[in-house]
Design a protein around this ligand. Structure first.
Ligand SMILES: NC(=O)C1=CN([C@@H]2O[C@H](COP(=O)(O)OP(=O)(O)OC[C@H]3O[C@@H](n4cnc5c(N)ncnc54)[C@H](OP(=O)(O)O)[C@@H]3O)[C@@H](O)[C@H]2O)C=CC1
Ligand SMILES: O=C(CO)[C@H](O)[C@H](O)COP(=O)(O)O
Length: 472
């Protein structure tokens, strides 16, 4: 009888431990390794009912796995992944598999896959989303790269993933580092949705003068409608939590400086490289970075004070704000999906946006009712050039556009910063404009740098002497 383990996890922190417990719940014979003995103890305590045990020796851990070995890494992204791989490789045999499930940068994943393939080891990058709860009870997973390696873990991944209408929230994403690329863009959308909820909070608190109980009630109402989503659900709950120290609301004592681990920034960086604009996601990255200038903000708030104008009709504004939030959520997904489409061409990822929207419907941080409509849009037209091109999305955008404009105008009049709301609206207006003013940009470039331009009435490349020509 084979007493070896089917799969081994390296890194038994928040994600690794919970994913391993989930695998054990689903009847898989699994084990883990962590360099921190406390993590092993915690795994064994939490996994008592499955007699789950871990190893504190990497050699023993590797020897305990059946061949070819299936090893999942859930360690912090970056240099740690390289150092774990370096330690692992001398202990592995040809055809063993390493699955990096952390938030690794996609270029690191490409490099590691190439280096390991040279040594006969199958490596693939797999984004995972859902946080602690998701890992424990059903995440969404985005595996890409070595298909043979994926096939070897597919039954395990399908069993532990979240399910929507019986469909597992995991699918083979595509070749190369596509799995990590898609997870990175997922996080870009996540940043944007989080910033939109923060701007909504600002408008309710500082525009309407709502207290935390009122905001909770409104978010709860919205979460029973088309805005229903994981992020709105957890955000609403934050408004209920009391601080043990002061007895007030904990949120009111949290410092307004947002941290980040890099995935949002990477999404913006690659969008610039691919010249595929995602301005609302970019604004959400900048908003976190701007928040870090707390001392400067405090000082400028004294020298540049602003008298806020209170919004009078709160009931009417609530309705408009719900529309604006929905508009900007659609736009956040639209930008992320557009970037995926471009990256698919550029990096030959063979991405299937229908399947990606399908596996995002459950388990992950950006899961939302709206993803069902998005999934339907890509089911109807797999080659949809942009989410805005879908008729049913267009109908929804038309209905909520006036409300969105009203909210952005009101915010600007009241001096409330709404970078993501404003940018979503401006993105929409830019994309629905057949004749943009960028003919002027081309003329300027040709004027000062002889950069040439194209004409709308003739083929070819042109240059003009703008200094003297046709002066009236
Ligand atoms: N937390 C989340 O919600 C999500 C996280 N991720 C990604 O998953 C990855 C893991 O995240 P998370 O579980 O939160 O991180 P944690 O820090 O909770 O867990 C990582 C674990 O790996 C251990 N570790 C570090 N170096 C080694 C090593 N050389 N050998 C063995 N074990 C090691 C750490 O030990 P020690 O602490 O002693 O260093 C720790 O126990 C990251 O890439 C993260 O970005 C992805 C989706 C969601
Ligand atoms: O991947 C995730 C969820 O999908 C993580 O929660 C993510 O690392 C959070 O990112 P950041 O720390 O930059 O806010």
């Amino acid at each position: 009888m084979n007493n070896k383990y089917t799969l081994g996890m390296i890194g038994l922190g928040t994600m690794g431990r919970n994913l391993l417990l989930n695998m054990a719940d689903n009847g898989f014979k699994v084990t883990g390794y962590d360099k921190d003995p406390k993590m092993l103890k915690k795994l064994e305590e939490d996994g008592k009912s499955h007699s789950l045990i871990g190893f504190d020796s990497l050699e023993d851990f590797i020897q305990s796995l059946e061949l070819p070995r299936r090893i999942v890494l859930l360690v912090p992204a970056g240099a740690i992944v390289d150092s774990v791989i370096k330690e692992l490789v001398p202990l592995l045999e040809k055809d063993d598999m390493i699955i990096d499930s952390g938030n690794s940068h996609f270029t690191d994943t490409s490099r590691r896959a190439t280096e390991l393939a040279d040594q006969g080891i199958h490596f693939f990058g797999m984004g995972i989303s859902g946080g602690e709860e998701g890992a424990r009870f059903g995440p969404s997973m985005m595996p890409g790269g070595d298909k043979k390696a994926y096939e070897a873990v597919k039954p395990i991944l399908e069993a532990v993933s979240a399910k929507v209408n019986g469909d597992p929230c995991v699918t083979y994403i595509g070749p190369g580092a596509s799995g990590h690329f898609v997870k990175m863009v997922h996080n870009g959308i996540e940043y944007s949705m989080m910033q939109l909820l923060a701007e909504t909070y600002d408008l309710l608190k500082n525009g309407l003068g709502y207290n935390n109980d009122q905001i909770y009630a409104l978010f709860e109402k919205w979460n029973n409608g088309r805005l229903k989503s994981f992020l709105l659900e957890v955000t609403k709950d934050i408004f209920k939590v009391k601080d043990e120290k002061t007895g007030g609301f904990l949120l009111d004592y949290v410092k307004d400086e947002a941290k980040s681990k890099g995935t949002g920034k990477w999404t913006s960086q690659v969008s610039m490289d691919l010249q595929l604009p995602i301005p609302t996601i970019n604004e959400s990255v900048s908003a976190r970075d701007l928040s870090k200038f707390k001392a400067l903000r405090v000082s400028l708030s004294k020298s540049l004070p602003h008298e806020g104008i209170k919004i009078e009709d709160s009931s009417a504004f609530e309705i408009l704000l719900e529309q604006a939030l929905y508009f900007a959520m659609i736009t956040s997904y639209a930008q992320g999906l557009h970037l995926l489409e471009q990256a698919s061409v550029e990096f030959k990822y063979e991405l299937n946006l229908k399947e990606i929207s399908q596996i995002w419907r459950g388990g992950c941080i950006i899961r939302a009712e709206l993803l069902e409509d998005i999934y339907q849009a890509y089911t109807k037209q797999p080659a949809l050039p942009h989410l805005y091109a879908d008729e049913s999305i267009q109908q929804q955008l038309k209905d909520i556009l006036p409300g969105t404009r009203a909210v952005v105008i009101t915010a600007i009049q009241n001096g409330i910063a709404v970078p993501c709301f404003a940018s979503a609206l401006t993105y929409y207006d830019s994309l629905r404009t057949a004749s943009s003013p960028l003919n002027l940009t081309q003329a300027q470039r040709d004027f000062f740098g002889a950069h040439t331009f194209e004409r709308i009435d003739a083929e070819g490349i042109f240059h003009a002497d703008w200094n003297s020509k046709n002066l009236d």
